[in-house]
Design a binder for this molecule. Structure first.
Ligand SMILES: O=c1ccn([C@@H]2O[C@H](COP(=O)(O)O)[C@@H](O)[C@H]2O)c(=O)[nH]1
Length: 224
């Protein structure tokens, strides 16, 4: 998946024009783009035949999240998410709001979080891996299809849940790429070998001189 972290529709159009029209993409629309361009950007991307992961990471009281999901279910997205930290009731209500129209997954610990940050800021005094596995099990209990996690945790999550439980992994960096704010990273090839179901790549593609070439290279590393 390509993280479409752009400020508006015109940047999306300019970016997608660089790709072969026949290439079907899986595009992640996050907060920046959705707050700027709204449902129109989803309609546009879907009109080109691409798949959409709407990455809004909802986290609120169960009733509010359910109501938001009732709106999202009409957007024709293929996948969306909440924060597992919102709780099992919130996740179950989110699922209910989607009424089976869209796959739902939950964020465990953001890939920009280190174990030290988790200890100091969230005051969770387990290992980061234990925290991620805890959230993954709670997500499964709530009936969701999988989690957002680092590729570093995929094997342990699948062992604790099931092989079919989706592990979608941002924090992917080809060898030599700038890590930026990501803390728990992995290369595309290693993420595939370890069992990630989807990798999400943003800046290494969107900020590349030739994004379509960067995408093709990462895709070939993922498929190798
Ligand atoms: O734990 C998470 C959850 C979501 N993301 C999102 O993925 C992309 C990653 O972009 P890069 O430029 O490849 O770092 C971005 O949209 C995040 O919001 C994440 O990184 N980690």
């Amino acid at each position: 998946m390509i993280a479409m972290d752009f400020p508006g529709m015109s940047e999306v159009k300019a970016f997608l024009e660089q790709f072969d029209k026949a290439e079907q993409l899986y595009l992640k629309v996050g907060m920046e783009l959705f707050y700027a361009a709204g449902p129109d950007v989803i309609k546009y991307i879907k009109s080109l035949g691409h798949d959409v992961f709407l990455d809004l990471k909802l986290h609120d009281i169960p009733n509010t999240v359910k109501s938001a999901m009732r709106v999202i279910r009409h957007l024709d997205v293929d996948l969306t998410n909440v924060h597992a930290a919102g709780g099992v009731e919130m996740m179950a209500e989110a699922l209910d709001g989607l009424a089976g129209t869209t796959k739902l997954i939950a964020v465990t610990q953001l890939t920009s979080t280190s174990e030290k940050q988790m200890h100091d800021f969230q005051n969770i005094q387990t290992s980061l891996t234990d925290s991620v596995i805890h959230y993954a099990k709670k997500t499964q209990e709530a009936g969701l299809a999988g989690v957002v996690c680092s590729a570093q945790e995929v094997e342990m999550i699948k062992a604790a849940t099931s092989k079919a439980f989706i592990c979608l992994t941002p924090g992917i960096r080809p060898i030599g790429a700038a890590v930026g704010d990501q803390k728990r990273v992995m290369t595309p090839a290693k993420a595939r070998a370890i069992g990630s179901d989807f990798i999400v790549v943003g800046r290494p593609i969107t900020q590349a001189e030739k994004p379509n070439e960067a995408y093709s290279l990462i895709k070939s590393q993922w498929l190798s």
